[in-house]
Design a protein around this ligand. Sequence first.
Ligand code: ADP
Ligand code: ZN
Ligand code: ZN
Length: 803
Amino acid sequence: MIAEIIVDVSAYPIDRPFDYLVPEALESVIEAGARVKVPFGPRKVLGYVTGLKQESALNPKKLKPIHELIDLEPVISGELLDLSRWLANHTLSYEIDALQVMLPAALRAKYEKFIVVTEPEQLLDADFIHFLAGRKRVPLKEVDSSSLMKTVKKYVGQGIIAVDTKVGQHTAVKKIRMIRIASHEKLQEVLSAIQSNAKKQIELVQWMIRHAEETLGAKTVMEQTGIQSTVLKAIIEKGAAVEEFAEMYREPDAPMLKDVAIPEVPTTEQQVALDKLAASADSGKAETFLIHGVTGSGKTEVYLRTIKHVLDKGKEAIVLVPEISLTPQMTARFKERFGPLVAVMHSGLSAGEKYDEWRKIHRGEVSVVVGARSAVFAPFQNIGIIILDEEHESTYKQEDTPRYHARDVAIKRSEHYGCPVILGSATPSLESYARASKGVYTLLTMTKRAKNQELPAVTVVDMREELKTGNRSMFSVQLADAIRQRMERKEQSVLFLNKRGFSSFVLCRDCGTVVECPNCDISLTYHRAHERLKCHYCGHEEQVPLVCPECESEHIRFFGTGTQKAEEEIAKLFPEARVIRMDVDTTRQKGAHERLLRQFSEGKADILLGTQMIAKGLDFPNITLVGVLAADTTLHLADFRAAEKTFQLMTQVSGRAGRHDLPGEVFIQTYSPEHYAIELSKAQHYEPFYTHEMMARKQYGYPPFYFVTLIQFTHEDLLKVADFAEKGSRYLKDNLSPDTVIIGPTAAAISRVNNRYRYQCLIKYKKEPKLTETLQQLIKYYRTDWIKSGLTMSVDVEPVSIY
Ligand code: ADP
Ligand code: ZN
Ligand code: ZN
């Protein structure tokens, strides 16, 4: 028997299955999707069996045998193996990367090197002999001096020692020590044999008599009796109990929040959606739905009830939520409804915890997974529904290879299982809404809040006017007054400051003008090093103006603000305010996110100040004010999605206020109050925004009218990176259809990261049959040749951001 195996080596010529002999003993147990250890060149590596066959095109004598079968139960199902091939092709990534992205990190290989002494009598070096201290096999990492390393190298050359690689697993199954207590009679017997001065032993056996024939955790026994492990050990040796190891799951502690009342009757709009979804789920056909429902319209309730419907039919459900909204509140709602049937997967879990959640799914012990992006690969075998909440979120796209979008993977899987996909959002991505308008997706609309609350009143504050009246602070008079009122009324405020990426732009603080590219309708990016403005779409470049081109004001300068600065200003304005700041700095620690949110929910602060991580998921009754300190930071991102992102954010943050009984109020501060993304987010009407934005996209030829693919190049040497980028774009121009537009190469908006210069080019196309083939060829040049000169090149098909 021959196995086709993808080995754990990301390198160009190796990106294909290799044939290996299956040792006879393994023939009856080996299955596609199992992990194996195989020899590869001089070392051993981890591999995945992707197929089994009787014959190889190669000479069977030349085939090497599989060294070891790791999994008796395959870790990757046939469906997921097919999916990995599609994924590798679709995202132009290595097959090994496409396979590994589906598994928890714990199942990926950990390689450890050992020195193995093969000719002990030829060892002469005294230091080395001392280092070995009689051992024949020593971890290579213990070699910590350069003189020892030299000896190792010499001996390896002489064949006296060899270096062996052990392929291990990152995280093991967690086991705990259990104590199975003997019978009453046996304990009496043990007790009578203990010497009377062994007081502690007697005490323990007497305690055990009360727990005869129970099996308890060793830790529990010691805690309850206050007895040390040596005593326990002695008693076990005398036969009072048997020690066993039980496999267990690491249970990430889920802070339970206050009960959420389960609504008794669906609203009319919910009922319409529920009926359509149930009918589709029962039809056995794949269908993608877009639920466009205002914040608080009860979308989550629709998910929960549809999942219930699917579970009742014996099927499984995958629910994806953006990482940052995977709050305890969200997961509590699912756990409350489906109890132990729910597995939760998010980046806050340790590798071991993730592995355990994954095993629960793999073994069929749960039927619902709520998780971030990668949970789309949950190893269920009978999926009945896949849901993406907040489908417009850019975190659904993975930024590293394989650069997949969870939406595409969900739809691909739904085709296999013949089940519906639900995309839900208050502000759908333009792509999804366009597909729904064309009938590719089925649109379900929910226009009213479930509890009939009013949407909060939104006021747009013109910061140019503030400046004219001499207010140079980050807080307008109106917003400051509103915060003061909340403090008096003991209500809570959320202040939102978006700081995304590093790109900055030049803004006139008198008239709100932002300097834009004359060719691209996109803000020019400020490059501090050269004091110049650049367009990273088309390469246009100009001097930073000294006066505003519109109003000739001198108050024109680059714009950027931070949460820390905002915190300082709050302290000055409201010295008595209790503030919780949430940004990447304050939430780095595990569990910090939950802790801060809990503090806020318990009323331990008046103001929650944060970045986009607080924009969603928050659902606390006492929040009655939301302030957006500077809407401009998203509005002028050097990205064609800037307006869309702004509209989405404004709508999301506004949705945080007044979700319960108290009415909410929202203030949006901006230098561009007349911009349509801001104007239209006031009333939270999506359709007019959609129509306006589609016109702009059409005019400038951006998605969803065109597809784009981004190629990025980085190198330590500026000339080299420019040169390769030029070569790459030339190749694309020569090989793609004449209708396809290649923009660039240009310097990226963030032109240097970690001392590497960044260049990019953008491919725009409506239909490009030669795209995959051409990109594969370009990647081949890169992987076989260009890479040697220190270049990195990445290809991102349908990127979500382009800086
Ligand atoms: P969304 O996901 O659209 O923001 P949710 O499902 O979170 O909306 O619902 C918003 C609020 O309305 C929640 O507090 C929820 O419990 C409540 N709710 C949802 N559906 C109903 C209903 N049919 N009747 C009463 N309350 C409901
Ligand atoms: Zn101006
Ligand atoms: Zn331009």
